[in-house]
Design a protein around this ligand. Structure first.
Ligand code: SF4
Length: 69
């Protein structure tokens, strides 16, 4: 299997763009696990987008839980 370097949705991902950029430290784990890591296809945001044809709320984390600041 070809290993991709980062999630193809990163540039448009609301969670990444809205929260990870301002709170880098808190997002570090997610980014290394999901956005730029082995679990990118298990990201609940991505699964939601594929299933519904639109992105979930920006507050949904890759784990599927809702981020509350
Ligand atoms: S949170 Fe999920 S959909 Fe968003 S960039 Fe990271 S892996 Fe991709």
């Amino acid at each position: 299997m070809k290993v991709r370097k980062e999630c193809e949705l990163l540039a448009t991902c609301g969670f990444f763009q809205k929260h990870c950029k301002v709170n880098e430290l808190a997002c570090k784990g997610f980014v290394s696990m999901y956005c730029r890591g082995e679990m990118m296809d298990q990201c609940k945001r991505k699964q939601y987008s594929r299933k519904h044809g639109k992105a979930p709320v920006d507050e949904m984390m890759p784990s599927g839980l809702i981020y509350r600041g």
